[in-house]
Design a protein. Structure first.
Length: 234
């Protein structure tokens, strides 16, 4: 069966990424690893640069998104209907980490995206992971909650990854305990916010804040050039 151009490009990209992963533990996500992947696969350098214009940076990003895809696939195989929502989120983060086959590749990626010139890219990737998790769990929020959910989960995910990278406990049990504590912290914050809304002196202030924040809207589509929207009251 003849492949479409998109399928051919996808196959070539996967081959390059797989080949690069053999070199990343030694050379990091570097141009050296990128050139080695090109040589190993025999893919024309011009084609490789067309698929990954920034070289190893784009390869590292593709590696991260591959993990997101694996997490969503694994999450779809679980029955979430009987699980508490906090447990669903915990499971999703755990599956995301368990999707990693090479911890050293993640460690090298964390080092790369910690550099000032690549920090924004790293933040986008983490936000993308949080978005994939919330979307997979059926989040339908389209207001300010769309942002706060992803921002909060991005923080939980980032801290858990850093803990996981240094965790040498049996089957990463220490990491899962750390993750459960972080989710618990978030739930406690939400509980405190709910209590504040009932406080006589703060309820009116919070209601005005909610009225203002209600104008913030989630992105209309993934292809939108703007991060969100703002409705003007009539």
């Amino acid at each position: 069966m003849t492949q479409t151009p998109d399928e051919t490009a996808s196959d070539a990209g996967s081959q390059l990424l797989d080949a690069a992963l053999m070199h990343v533990p030694f050379d990091g996500w570097s141009d050296t690893a990128f050139r080695a992947a090109i040589e190993d696969t025999g893919i024309a350098p011009a084609v490789a640069r067309g698929l990954f214009p920034r070289g190893a940076i784009d390869l590292a990003a593709a590696f991260h998104r591959r993990g997101d895809d694996a997490m969503v696939t694994a999450l779809q195989q679980h029955d979430l209907s009987t699980m508490r929502f906090r447990d669903q989120v915990t499971l999703a983060v755990r599956l995301r980490l368990e999707a990693v086959e090479d911890k050293e590749a993640v460690r090298r990626g964390a080092t790369l995206f910690a550099l000032p010139m690549h920090a924004a890219e790293g933040a986008r990737l983490v936000w993308g992971t949080a978005d994939r998790i919330w979307t997979a769990l059926g989040d339908t929020s389209r207001d300010i909650n769309w942002y706060t959910k992803r921002a909060t989960l991005s923080g939980v995910y980032s801290s858990t990854v850093l803990y996981w990278l240094g965790d040498d406990s049996l089957e990463h049990q220490a990491t899962w305990a750390f993750l459960d504590r972080r989710i618990g912290d978030v739930m406690q914050i939400e509980k405190t916010k709910a209590q504040l809304r009932k406080a006589p002196g703060l309820s009116s202030v919070l209601k005005r804040a909610d009225s203002l924040l209600s104008r913030v809207k989630a992105p209309k589509s993934k292809h939108s050039n703007l991060p969100g929207g703002w409705t003007v009251p009539r």
